[in-house]
Design a protein around this ligand. Structure first.
Ligand SMILES: [Zn+2]
Length: 355
């Protein structure tokens, strides 16, 4: 199982979320029942909101929703804090997405049961909640006491428990390297020191199998395969970003617009490469390890000679096939991507010097 670690960085401490797969399938029955109870609370919040909209009343706040749902926990078999957490999420999401009302949570919504630390008891590989004991695969030790968390379900209807913990201070990097990174399609990332991180093309490999599953209406298998690919891709990106942030002091990345490219013919490769995820992981891990992380405009980075600064390299998308070129001014032979990475690093140094 994959340990999905999500970093959320605040000023001095870091909030991390650890995810563990739950063990027995028998617990699924109880969790499904609890998730349905959460949906009842959620939909009640939605109804209160609809009511306010219809009668032009003030929108219910988090406090209002808590007051309205007081005492419902006992009836629904939920911890009272879970009811509050659902109300909290409802109010937060409504604000965050600037919606008048939110989507109804029904049978097909993936299960979700939030809780506060005081609502659960974690002992080794078990978590006790609302009178039930759930066992999980204790694949990674929790470093600090939990603050809150949730039970959640993925697209394959598998249950997980997520613990949110606060980590006071991250371990600073001991690395001294300065690295510029050119993100590409052929190779996921090319470093200015010449290293290339190949993007594994699982999706391309499995594409035909997924298509076949879909054609034969085996949607469960198709979903499983999708989930497997997503897990493996994330695992790979975690490892690559870990390695880089451990050995570097400065990381500069080109601001390649994956959203823009994803609309073109190259969409599949772009999504496959997972640039956005890679950059997110890099930036979070860089902050955690006190590595300086910068994104710079990658304009002209492929065309400029990193040796003498003359502009004569391959241009735009037509030039994508050109892997190597010779500078007409100084005669240096460039690897297209390494040259771009060097230019990106130089621009990173330049923006730092300006400060
Ligand atoms: Zn040159």
């Amino acid at each position: 199982m994959l340990n999905a670690i999500i970093f959320i960085v605040s000023v001095n401490n870091m909030i991390r979320s650890y995810r563990y797969r739950l063990k027995d399938s028998s617990s699924a029955l109880q969790l499904n029942r609890l998730a349905r109870a959460c949906n009842v609370v959620w939909n009640f919040c939605n109804e209160s909101q609809e009511h306010a909209l219809r009668w032009h009343q003030r929108w219910p706040t988090y406090q209002d929703l808590c007051t309205l749902t007081t005492g419902s926990g006992k009836e629904l078999g939920l911890h009272s804090q879970t009811v509050q957490a659902v109300c909290d999420q409802y109010a937060t999401r409504r604000q965050q997405f600037k919606k008048r009302k939110l989507r109804w949570r029904g049978k097909r919504s993936p299960g979700w049961i939030p809780f506060k630390a005081s609502g659960v008891k974690v002992v080794e590989d078990t978590v006790r909640y609302a009178g039930h004991v759930f066992r999980f695969w204790n694949s990674r030790e929790l470093s600090s006491p939990i603050k809150c968390g949730s039970f959640s379900q993925d697209s394959r209807q598998r249950w997980y428990v997520n613990f949110v913990v606060e980590v006071p201070e991250a371990e600073a990097t001991t690395g001294t390297r300065h690295i510029g990174i050119d993100l590409g399609l052929k190779t996921l990332a090319t470093c200015s020191d010449g290293r290339k991180i190949e993007a594994p093309r699982w999706y391309r490999h499995q594409q035909r199998r997924i298509a076949e599953h879909q054609r034969k209406k085996r949607s469960r298998q198709a979903r499983n395969l999708h989930a497997k690919i997503a897990n493996r891709r994330l695992d790979f990106l975690h490892k690559a970003s870990d390695r880089l942030t451990k050995e570097c002091e400065l990381i500069v990345v080109g601001d390649v617009g994956s959203a823009r490219l994803a609309k073109t013919k190259m969409a599949k490769s772009v999504n496959d490469a997972g640039w956005a995820t890679f950059k997110t992981l890099l930036s979070y891990k860089a902050i955690a390890r006190k590595v300086v992380y910068r994104e710079v405009s990658e304009r002209l980075s492929t065309q400029t000679c990193s040796g003498c600064g003359a502009i004569g390299g391959p241009k735009g998308r037509e030039g994508l096939g050109v892997r190597e070129w010779v500078c007409s001014e100084c005669g240096v032979v460039h690897d297209r991507d390494v040259n771009a990475a060097l230019n990106i690093l130089r621009m990173g140094h330049h923006t730092l010097a300006l400060k």
